[in-house]
Design a protein around this ligand. Structure first.
Ligand SMILES: [Zn+2]
Length: 372
């Protein structure tokens, strides 16, 4: 089976050149769920591109009867971010136009809707699949209004244009998978949303972080928050519904690298998840969940340097630390005539060191490591 390919114009540059997105769409013989997978929204986070390449290599070997529904794949989904450099380092985490994090810019329907209670009341006795269609239509109608503004003479800012292009590809998906890595050096894990633990285990990761509080307007959040809000509203009205709509962010190792073991973990996880969801209908293979450790985002501690200097004797990535144990030292210099000296920084709580900074020179307040 070969994919349909689409080239989507993204933006025209001052020089007249155009940036574009390329979408690969594998369509099964039978209709079913839409899966949307993108990689490299943050410029330095390239590992997902290899995952998409390997998934395409695998999907190509299937008959179209072995795929139910559609899989949309968008590698290098943020050309401006991907190509950005500072010296030889990929620095494309922030949009240079407005200084915003590329993954905190997305349109969140939940923030604009005002009639959720009333809508839920009109749907309370309907079949779940019908409610899914009715609510999706509400979201799509609201989303379509954004296009009017884009095409008006006053138009919109670059980030609003960019987010609209990506969200118009993904907003009607059933399952959304956003492939990231650490900006620095990190373990493999995923971010998930409430009531989705059972599915999370099919990604075959050791760790999952529940997004129990939000930074706001991330790609996965903006996609699923309206659905979580509707589920919560139904719950208040006395009906338990969990829609088969899911959003995932996979964190696949370190920035500026495609670590083979992280790529492999991503590929195997996505394949097993698609098998679990019945999107892959390959005979002789069965999806098996893996027991994983769930953590809360609100419980994560990020450590920032309390003084400027050079990091040394830092615990290694993947270390389990106890409260009070030394995490790292700062070698501090001064301009006051004193000799340089070293201070110890210790863990506030027990946990797993899952992410560490690449740069060992820190200004005061700069990121050093994170513990889950
Ligand atoms: Zn990222």
């Amino acid at each position: 089976m070969l994919p349909d390919t689409y080239t989507i114009p993204l933006i025209q540059l001052a020089s007249g050149d155009r940036l574009s997105l390329q979408v690969y769409r594998f369509v099964g013989a039978d209709p079913g769920k839409k899966v949307y997978i993108q990689a490299n929204l943050h410029g330095a986070e390239i590992a997902g591109n290899a995952v998409i390449y390997q998934l395409m290599d695998f999907l190509k070997t299937l008959q179209n009867t072995e795929l139910v529904g559609e899989v949309w794949l968008v590698p290098v989904c943020n050309p401006l971010g991907v190509n950005q450099r500072s010296h030889r380092f990929a620095s494309g985490r922030y949009c240079v136009y407005e200084g915003k994090d590329w993954n905190r810019i997305f349109w969140d329907y939940e923030k604009t809707q005002e009639d959720l209670q009333e809508f839920a009341k009109t749907q309370i006795n309907l079949d779940k699949d019908i409610i899914r269609i009715n609510y999706l239509n509400k979201i799509l109608n609201s989303f379509a209004k954004l296009a009017e503004k884009i095409h008006s003479p006053s138009s919109v800012t670059f980030t609003e244009l960019f987010r609209h292009r990506l969200q118009s590809l993904s907003i009607d998906a059933d399952y959304l998978i956003d492939l990231h890595t650490s900006t620095d050096r990190g373990l493999d894990y995923l971010y998930y949303f409430s009531r989705r633990e059972p599915s999370a285990q099919y990604f075959l990761f050791d760790y999952g972080i529940l997004l129990d509080d939000y930074d706001g307007d991330a790609f996965d959040e903006a996609f699923i928050k309206p659905w979580l809000a509707l589920e919560n509203t139904f719950q208040q009205l006395g009906r338990e519904i969990i829609f088969d709509v899911e959003a995932w962010t996979l964190e696949l190792g370190s920035g500026m690298q495609m670590l083979p073991q992280s790529v492999e973990k991503g590929v195997q996880g996505v394949k097993n998840y698609l098998l679990h969801k019945g999107v892959l209908a390959t005979p002789k293979t069965k999806a098996i969940p893996q027991k994983m450790t769930f953590k809360l985002k609100s419980q994560i501690i990020k450590y920032y340097a309390p003084a400027g200097g050079m990091i040394q004797a830092r615990v290694t990535l993947g270390s389990v630390v106890k409260a009070g144990e030394k995490l790292y030292q700062i070698l501090m210099f001064n301009k006051t005539g004193e000799l340089p000296y070293v201070i110890d920084i210790c863990a506030e709580k027990d946990g797993l060191v899952y992410d560490v900074a690449t740069n060992h020179a820190v200004n005061e307040g700069e990121y050093v490591l994170a513990v889950m």
